[in-house]
Design a protein around this ligand. Structure first.
Ligand SMILES: [Zn+2]
Length: 256
C-alpha cells in the first residue's frame, strides 16, 4: 500500500526507531514499520483523541512525546530503560530517549482482557496518560494510585469522545479476590490485568459520580506533593480530588 498524506521516511529521528520506519504527523508523531500502516492510522486517531482530551481536562502544558508502533521482529530493539527486552505485547512509556516515547506493540499480549473494540484505544490512552503525568516530577505513590490515574484518564477520554465502554466494562471480572488497595506485587500477568481492570471500573464509576473535574485536581495534587505518598496519604489525595462525599463513596466501592 502506498504512503499517503504526511507519511515520509524519517531519518531525522535516528536511534528511536529502526531505519525505514514511516512517520505520521500529529501532536504525538507516530513512527511505524511500513507494513503496519493501517494499524498506525487507527493508533494515530486514538493518540489525537487522547491528546486533545487530556490537554482540555488537565489545563497543563502537554508533554513532548512520540509513539512507536513496533512489529514483533523489532520489539527487542525498541528503546527502554533496561538492558533486557520487555515482554512482548505490553505497551509502555519510556523516558530513555529524547523525546520520551510510547512504545506500542503490533499486537497486544493475550493477557489484555477483555478483548473488545475498546481494548486497544484504552491501552494507548493509558500510556499517553502516563506521559502527561510525567510532564512534571511525581513522587512515589502506592501502585494503586499511580495506575488509577491513567486508567481513570483513559475512561475520561472514552467518555468525551463518545466511545462507549459499557460492553468492555461489563466483561470485567468484578471480584478477582483482592481489592486495588490490597493488591500486592510481584504478581502474575493475569492478576496484574485484574488489578488494572478494577482500577478502570473504579475510574469509570468515579467519572459517573463526580464528573471529570476530579482528574484535573488529582493530577495537580500529585504534582504538588513533595514527600513520599504512603497508603493513607494516597487515600486522602484521591478522596480530596473527588470532592465532597468522596471518602464515603470510596469506602462504598467494592473495588476499593
Ligand atoms: Zn500504567
Amino acid at each position: 500500500m502506498g504512503r499517503a498524506g504526511s507519511a515520509v521516511a524519517t531519518p531525522q529521528r535516528g536511534g528511536l526507531a529502526p531505519p525505514g520506519y514511516s512517520s505520521l504527523d500529529g501532536e504525538v508523531p507516530l513512527l511505524h514499520a511500513p507494513r503496519l500502516e493501517a494499524k498506525a492510522r487507527d493508533v494515530q486517531g486514538y493518540l489525537a483523541e487522547g491528546y486533545t482530551t487530556l490537554v482540555g481536562i488537565l489545563s497543563v502544558e502537554p508533554p513532548e512525546t512520540v509513539a512507536l508502533l513496533v512489529p514483533d521482529e523489532d520489539w527487542r530493539d525498541s528503546p527502554r530503560e533496561n538492558a533486557r527486552p520487555y515482554p512482548p505485547g505490553l505497551p509502555y512509556f519510556t523516558r530513555s530517549v529524547r523525546p520520551p516515547a510510547l512504545v506500542l506493540p503490533e499486537g497486544l499480549s493475550p493477557v489484555f482482557r477483555p478483548r473488545t473494540a475498546a481494548t486497544l484505544p484504552l491501552a494507548v490512552w493509558h500510556e499517553l496518560a502516563h506521559a502527561f503525568l510525567l510532564v512534571r516530577e511525581v513522587v512515589r505513590t502506592p501502585a494503586w494510585l499511580g495506575e488509577f490515574v491513567p486508567q481513570a484518564a483513559s475512561a475520561a477520554i472514552a467518555r468525551r469522545s463518545g466511545f462507549s465502554l459499557e460492553d468492555h466494562l461489563s466483561r470485567i471480572e468484578q471480584k478477582p479476590g483482592f481489592t486495588v488497595r490490597d493488591f500486592r506485587g510481584p504478581a502474575g500477568a493475569r492478576d496484574q490485568m485484574s488489578f488494572q481492570n478494577l482500577l478502570l471500573l473504579l475510574g469509570a464509576a468515579a467519572l459517573k459520580e463526580f464528573g471529570e473535574g476530579f482528574l484535573n485536581r488529582l493530577f495537580h495534587a500529585l504534582w504538588e506533593e513533595d514527600g513520599i505518598v504512603d497508603g493513607e496519604r494516597a487515600e486522602d489525595l484521591l478522596a480530596g480530588a473527588l470532592g465532597p462525599g468522596g471518602r464515603e463513596w470510596l469506602a462504598s466501592r467494592a473495588e476499593f
